[in-house]
Ligand binder design. Structure first.
Ligand code: ADP
Ligand code: MG
Length: 730
């Protein structure tokens, strides 16, 4: 094994940046060339078929069967011209990543000949044999049928020689088995609810779009070193490794110049992304060594999420060409920053107005405040579910460290907006306002500056921060499917906007003037959601204490967070807004619990294996050299005072090493026993809880002893690449 470590290090010395081919300037010349977008549809479809697709896209209606055949023909022609031989329905199962099963366009033609064919029915709907995707018991295996159905709102694209058709994935009984179905429903719910509220301000609004701009953080590790770390390979993170003498203390990596090999990688994956119509825009180093970030221009949430999944896939593929591995795990290395995926989220109208951006006059600012306050109230009322949407086995490692995923949800607004809300709260009363009061209030509201982006005011410790024209949900993990968080956020806001409209309408019914009714309900919400607002240091102990006093949820345990989906209020929220049925919620929780337990199980197995088969033998070997040395000294000096004096440190070391070895063996044994007990559980929640409470703690325990050995054992014998090598060799 040390051989692998040292040959990897040698290999690394030879590395040169890969020359990137295919750079074509300007980017706009080839942007989206692998996407069957509107311009290609126009070219490859009959006028009738083209109009039909556009209509289905805009109205969310169903594709007509006859039209589907025409569309499939056009799509196939375009795909074949671009080198595609196969097609696949591409979907987001509840595992990590996306799924695809490729079929060739081929069928038998006349007289045994082969022809390329692709029919409308194959385009629109399919029954992949996908019975092994997690379904939380919704599908019995004997009728393990799930359907994939075309999501017309996200364009088909080509990867390699395969035409990929974005689809939803539902069970035979119509229950969602993926992330996309509920995301589309949540986005629809918020569209409808927000359009209704917009009518108070502007009758021309007929559609509200939920936007997402993700910021994807990741680590890059050299391939040779990666291959010498079975833990990285199998679990995505290092299960052991003493911290490097230097890591991120000096902040010298952040925004520093990007290493040349890395730049080459970035250039190549960006080209691939552009060809796929993914608008990546920003690239830079992140806080930790070998950590980087990519961010696109924001898009409609469903499309943006597809693009995020696609980009992760592209990055994994391109990284290999550059002899890198890309790590999306939230915490590949203990002791340094992990990776997140900030979800920048906003709502905008078909009339081009960002509802979370202050406007130019009192009316548009009233609309802005309405949406802002409703979002705060939604976040306040659904804290636990929001935590449940982001907390996973891997993201939970970021808890407590100086990183945005919190065990407490709070919202940052900045001084200006906070002051505005406080003022509204005191100035609006239940009593009828005098015309003067109303005018004065409106005037003041009109004074909210159009541009709020005050950089000094940006609070990096807040999990949910208002940043001038959007909210930034920072707690999302880097490996996550953004849909998980966005389903909850959009549904919660949709529900809240519905309530808002009902309350305002009720006041208007009672004879209160519209503006005043809006002010009154906003004021009520400001008061009710006040506890969620926090502009201070979200990482401090004071905040934990303060949050407890405020009665905010504090959940750091993954199974508990997942269970928040089954609270009465969650069931009400999701069923009333048609996003999940109760069956779907229960199934999803079961899947999440099982996923959690399995991840811990795998980590425990890998650690046990490495501990007993790699680390202990190495430590024993090193200890033997010490014993030989001591024996030699004794031969030379006899059992004299000189010998005692000379050998004492080695004798100590032998004892220390022996003790660590003993602890590793005992604890590994205990961990195996704990797993055996846990595995007897049939109930997924109990299984997850057992793994969390009785198995997981051993991972840190065992690691502690291994890391101590790493500091002691001869460097030349140590089998696994060390942190300093993983993080600084490039
Ligand atoms: P940061 O300072 O947070 O790193 P960036 O300029 O990198 O900010 O932007 C982060 C992401 O936020 C980008 O994807 C960007 O497109 C997105 N974004 C900007 N404005 C909005 C908005 N109104 N709604 C949603 N996302 C937005
Ligand atoms: Mg950001």
């Amino acid at each position: 094994m040390p051989k692998l470590r040292f040959s990897a290090l040698e290999e690394l010395l030879e590395r040169e940046p890969k020359k990137v081919e295919g750079t074509r300037i300007p980017t706009s010349d080839y942007y989206g060339e692998l996407v069957f977008d509107r311009s290609k549809m126009k070219k490859y479809l009959s006028k009738e078929a083209f109009q039909h697709v556009i209509e289905t896209m805009e109205k969310g209606t169903r594709i007509d069967r006859k039209m589907a055949d025409q569309i499939a023909l056009g799509m196939k022609a375009w795909a074949m011209e671009n080198g595609a031989t196969h097609y696949t329905h591409w979907f987001h199962p509840l595992t990590d990543g996306t799924a695809e099963k490729h079929d060739a366009f081929l069928t038998f033609g006349e007289f045994g000949s082969m022809v390329e064919s692709f029919s409308g029915s194959l385009l629109v709907q399919q029954e992949p044999d996908a019975s092994s995707f997690p379904s939380g018991g919704i599908r019995n295996t004997f009728e393990a049928r799930g359907y994939t159905a075309w999501d017309v709102s996200s364009s088909a694209f080509i990867v390699g020689t395969t035409l990929c058709i974005p689809t939803i994935f539902v069970s035979y009984t119509g229950h969602a088995l993926d992330y996309k179905t509920p995301l589309l429903k949540a986005v629809h719910a918020v569209d409808k609810a927000a359009v209704d509220v917009c009518q108070f301000f502007d009758k021309n609004v007929s559609k509200v779009i939920s936007n997402l701009g993700w910021e994807q953080e990741y680590f890059l590790i050299d391939e040779a070193l990666y291959n010498a770390r079975p833990d990285l390979h199998l679990t995505g993170r290092t299960l052991m490794g003493h911290s490097s003498a230097k890591d991120q203390q000096l902040d010298d990596h952040y925004f520093g110049s990007i290493p040349t090999r890395v730049i080459a990688f970035m250039e190549e994956f960006e080209i691939e992304a552009y060809r796929l119509g993914i608008p990546v825009k920003t690239r830079h180093n992140e806080v930790a060594p070998n950590q980087f970030e990519v961010a696109p221009i924001f898009e409609e949430a469903n499309l943006a999420n597809d693009h995020n999944q696609m980009v992760m896939d592209v990055m994994k593929r391109v990284a290999r060409k550059h002899k890198f591995r890309v790590l999306f795990h939230e915490k590949p290395f203990a002791g340094i920053n992990g990776s997140g995926k900030h979800n920048n989220w906003s709502l905008s109208t078909n009339t081009g107005v960002n509802l979370l951006s202050p406007g130019k006059n009192p009316k548009s600012n009233m609309q802005f405040l309405t949406f802002l306050v409703n979002v705060l109230k939604a976040v306040h009322d659904n804290q636990e579910i929001l935590l449940g949407s982001i907390l996973t086995a891997s993201n939970s490692h970021r808890l407590g460290a100086n990183e945005a995923p919190p065990s407490i949800i709070s919202a940052f607004l900045g001084t200006q907006i906070s002051a505005m809300l406080d003022e509204l709260e005191t100035r609006v009363s239940d009593k009828k306002m005098t015309p003067d009061e109303k005018t004065a209030l409106k005037l003041d509201i009109g004074k909210i500056p159009e541009i709020l982006l005050d950089n000094t005011d940006r609070n990096r410790t807040s999990p949910f921060a208002f940043t001038g024209n959007r909210f930034e949900f920072r707690a999302v993990g880097s490996s996550a499917n953004c849909a998980s968080a966005l389903i909850v956020l959009n549904t919660a806001v949709a529900n809240q906007l519905k309530e808002f409209k009902t309350e305002v309408d009720a006041l208007i019914e009672k004879g209160v003037k519209k503006d005043e009714a809006i002010f009154q309900v906003i004021k009520e919400y400001i008061t009710a959601s006040k506890n969620i607002r926090f502009d201070g240091d979200g990482y401090s102990q004071e905040w934990v204490d303060e949050a407890a006093r405020r009665g905010l949820a504090n959940i750091s345990n993954v199974p508990e967070a997942i269970q928040s989906f089954l609270m009465d209020k969650s069931k009400k929220l999701f069923t009333e807004n048609n996003v999940f049925t109760e069956v779907e919620l229960e199934a999803r929780c079961e899947v999440e619990m099982e996923k959690f337990a399995k991840k811990i199980q795998i980590e425990a197995r890998v650690l046990g294996d490495l501990a007993l088969n790699h680390i202990v033998p190495t430590a024993v070997q090193y200890m033997n050299t010490l014993i030989e040395n001591v024996q030699g000294l004794k031969d030379v000096f006899g059992d004299t005072e000189d010998f005692q004096d000379l050998a004492s440190d080695r004798l100590d070391l032998i004892k220390k090493i022996s003790n660590h070895i003993k602890s590793i063996k005992n604890k590994t044994h205990e961990m195996v026993e704990a797993r055996k007990v846990a595995n007897k559980e049939d109930d997924m929640t109990k299984l997850a809880e057992q793994y969390d409470q009785n198995v997981r703690p051993y991972l840190d325990d065992i690691r502690y002893h291994i890391d101590k050995l790493e500091l002691t054992v001869d460097n030349a014998m140590w089998p696994l690449p060390k942190y300093r090598e993983l993080l600084f060799a490039r």
